[in-house]
Design a protein around this ligand. Structure first.
Ligand code: 9WO
Length: 246
């Protein structure tokens, strides 16, 4: 896979791809990541990328021409929508999910367009981007951090990016998953706080039941929305009834 990022702040991307799984995936040649300065695709000597909004209003809007020129330079004028995804990052986009990450991981090329200022000329969303995505319901100052989030979520799904132990759990969130169970490590007592006794017992069946129960309890408390789509056993449903009554 090749990922191209379009931004007016390319310096923001020094660092985030140099650690952990993303670094390993780059070193293994699973992904190539290139960051481009949108101003390099401006047509005038001042390298202008923004302009005032038609209809009035505050602030500035990213102009369409540099963005269209950049994407056409990277993918050609008639790019293959089966192989490439062109993603605009704005708060107005569809919500980015694990399922979308899995879909994007099947593309050969990704182009991530980082919005800035008060917005992006709507013709980019309408006629150039294949997807307009938001990573969540909050306003940031630009699409740069969301682009980093998407790169990390997608790259770890590329075949060969994860160790075997990591791969087993990777789809759980997308495919009717619930939240993870709580984890503990040594010491067994820290500042008077003891690790749940069952985890020290060596009773594997009991530990598995405790973990499932705690995962359900945490999901019920923090993300009840996930329970609607979750793949639950009859035992899970019974446990949930007990937890709801507590
Ligand atoms: C700012 C603003 C100020 C006055 C009137 C309207 C306004 N709209 C915006 C605005 O939405 N600015 C965005 C800043 C424009 C696109 C880039 N920016 C951005 C992207 N903020 N947050 C994101 C983002 C992207 C993906 N997922 C979550 C947030």
């Amino acid at each position: 896979m090749r990922i191209d990022i379009l931004t007016i702040f390319p310096e923001m991307f020094r660092g985030p791809f140099d650690y952990g799984i993303v670094r390993r995936a780059r070193e293994r040649g699973l992904v190539e990541i290139a960051v481009h300065d949108l101003r390099d695709f401006a047509a005038d000597k001042h390298r202008t990328v923004d302009d005032r909004p038609f209809g009035g209003g505050e602030g500035m809007v990213l102009k369409p021409e540099p963005i269209f020129r950049a994407v056409e330079h990277l993918l050609g004028e008639q790019f293959d929508r089966e192989r490439a995804a062109v993603i605009l990052l704005t708060p107005q986009g569809r919500r980015f999910t694990q399922a979308m990450a899995a879909y994007l991981a099947t593309r050969e090329r990704l182009v991530l367009i980082c919005g800035r200022y008060e917005g992006v000329d709507e013709r980019v969303a309408g006629y150039l981007a294949t997807h307009e995505l938001s990573i969540g319901d909050y306003v940031l100052t630009g699409g740069e951090v969301p682009a980093m989030v998407i790169v990390e979520a997608v790259v770890r799904l590329l075949p060969g990016a994860l160790h075997r132990a990591e791969s087993a759990r990777r789809e759980s969130f997308a495919a009717g998953g619930i939240l993870d169970y709580p984890q503990y490590t040594r010491p067994a007592e820290f500042r008077g706080l003891r690790v749940p006794e069952v985890l020290l017992s060596g009773h594997h069946a009991e530990i598995a039941r405790w973990r499932r129960r705690m995962a359900l309890a945490k999901t019920l408390r923090n993300r009840p929305d996930l329970l609607e789509k979750a793949a639950l056993s009859e035992e899970d449903r019974q446990l949930l009834e007990e937890l709801r009554d507590m």
